[in-house]
Design a protein around this ligand. Structure first.
Ligand SMILES: [Zn+2]
Length: 371
């Protein structure tokens, strides 16, 4: 009897210990990272301003509006559509905290799927956080938190097209466009973004992503047919600058994605960019914050040598500064092509590092808030 009480007490202590650890890591993912105002005049709106049903839900998210001195068009940058693709979130953050808009208006949503930042994928071995200098950021999940949207159906039927996908894709923001008034939380977020584009008459929308190095569309832009002219000019200029980028047409029969539905349902020019992130791949080795930030993985070096990848992969890997640098150059060149082709819709900005500066200096000098 005495032995039973002792072992029961030991089990109780162990259970309390594990529940405290999981409660702590759960709480640590509920708090949004601080985003600091940069040198530009910035207004912070909420996505629920465009879809009131998001108010009070974890799908509501900040929209940073940076207005330029000269008139022009507008450019929306979506970071964090997938919260396990940190280059998108960090590019949006770096822009808000550093850029100066000279003409037109920038709309920046750093956490497009805010709910997806509140949990991670422990079954993938994913870390919950990573650091850039003294700042800590969450490494979230590809999908909306099941706490906010559950259960998944066996089959996800995309409402406006009837397209059928696996049930877990119900929580994927980039399969939910154009969204629905009485839809799931994910569809309500998509609707908020679509409504904002329509209400604000946003000229161009760039959705920032990362993908595994074995994915065919990598270091590439996916373009709706109406954005193709702009994207082609931008991609040629990137090639001349030594940052080569592929260009893929948005498939007509693939539904729910920004580069398809925002082009079909609004007047914006939609584009989507992908960089190479080994922490998302199936071949990855140890998955931790170092892999997320440094992007170095010896298994991928072997895979590249065996001609199994769609992107060059050497011992230097694909560090976060290279991935953010690619996104920044892409956005800069898209905006430049738009400003040249449609001067009345110009969007011009400055005070951002170029590719060479960011890959040489890393992200820290642009995100450091201690001085
Ligand atoms: Zn993605």
């Amino acid at each position: 009897m005495k032995g039973n009480k002792v072992s029961a007490s030991i089990f109780l202590v162990i259970a309390l210990l594990f529940s405290s650890i999981s409660a702590y890591s759960f709480m640590a993912m509920q708090e949004n990272e601080v985003i600091y105002e940069g040198p530009n005049k910035t207004e912070v709106r909420m996505l629920s301003d465009y879809n009131p049903s998001l108010k009070g839900t974890s799908g509501d998210t900040e929209v940073y509006v940076l207005t330029g001195d000269e008139p022009g068009g507008s450019l929306l940058v979506l970071g964090g559509t997938h919260a396990n693709e940190p280059a998108g979130f960090l590019t949006a953050l770096l822009m808000i905290e550093n850029m100066k808009v000279d003409a037109g208006t920038m709309y920046i949503i750093p956490r497009a799927n805010n709910s997806a930042f509140t949990h991670n994928d422990p079954t993938e071995g994913s870390p919950s956080h990573y650091n850039i200098g003294s700042r800590t950021f969450r490494f979230g999940s590809r999908a909306t938190n099941p706490i906010d949207q559950w259960p998944d159906p066996d089959v996800y039927i995309h409402a406006s097209s009837g397209q059928q996908l696996s049930g877990s894709e119900t929580r994927n923001l980039n399969r939910a466009y154009p969204g629905r008034v009485k839809g799931t939380l994910t569809e309500k977020i998509a609707l908020g973004i679509k409504n904002m584009i329509v209400e604000e008459d946003i000229t161009m929308t760039v959705d920032l992503h990362e993908a595994s190095p074995e994915y065919p569309v990598i270091n590439a832009t996916v373009s709706h047919e109406k954005s193709m002219m702009l994207a082609s000019i931008a991609v040629i200029n990137m090639e001349l600058e030594g940052v080569p980028m592929g260009l893929e047409p948005s498939p007509m029969n693939l539904h729910g994605l920004t580069h398809r539905e925002l082009g079909d349902y609004t007047d914006t020019y939609p584009l989507l960019m992908e960089t190479a992130n080994p922490s998302q791949g199936r071949l990855k080795g140890k998955t931790d914050a170092n892999l997320v930030v440094e992007g170095i993985d010896p298994i991928y070096v072997q895979a590249y040598k065996a001609d199994k990848l769609f992107v060059k992969f050497d011992e230097k890997g694909h560090p976060i500064e290279e991935r953010v640098g690619r996104h920044l150059v892409g956005i800069y060149e898209f905006a430049k092509a738009l400003s040249d082709l449609e001067p009345e819709n110009q969007v011009r900005f400055s005070n951002l590092p170029n590719f060479e500066e960011i890959t040489t200096n890393g992200l820290e000098p642009y995100l450091d808030r201690d001085n």
